[in-house]
Design a binder for this molecule. Structure first.
Ligand code: HEC
Length: 102
């Protein structure tokens, strides 16, 4: 009986995490941000390749992403790249970068 409870507790602890990855949680933002690190630096602290994202206001980041995606803002790489992101993903990744230290 005790063992069954332990298994249940373990399941309960695991599944909410899996569900959270699908929605706009801080973890979802961090996971998405990993794809930006190669150009924008770890946690958005740029090493000079692309503009730094760390510590920029969430709304500014999200607007720029949407503007790239929807063809309102020109760029070399971002217009194409931003096309792969939904509004929810843009909000999540912007929220993540906004709270990173510069
Ligand atoms: C392949 C390299 C590359 C990747 C990957 C990349 N970016 Fe960019 N990003 C750039 C470049 C280069 C610019 C400058 C604009 C341009 O030329 O497209 C830029 C500009 C931006 C800007 C505007 C910043 C400013 O201050 O002007 C934002 C916001 C941004 N990227 C967000 C992201 C996010 C969020 C991701 C991950 C989902 C990401 N980028 C992934 C290369 C990249």
């Amino acid at each position: 009986m005790k063992r069954a409870l332990l298994v249940l507790a373990a399941l309960a602890a695991t599944f909410p995490l899996a569900a959270a990855a699908q929605t706009a949680s801080p973890n979802a933002g961090r996971d998405l941000a990993a794809a930006c690190a190669i150009c924008h630096g770890t946690d958005g602290r740029s090493q000079g390749g692309a503009p730094g994202l760390a510590g920029q206001p969430k709304d500014t980041l999200a607007k720029q992403m949407r503007d790239f995606r929807d063809g309102r803002k020109p760029g070399t790489l971002m217009p194409q790249l931003a096309k792969g992101y939904t509004d929810a993903q843009i909000d999540a990744v912007s929220a993540f970068f906004a709270v990173q230290k510069k």
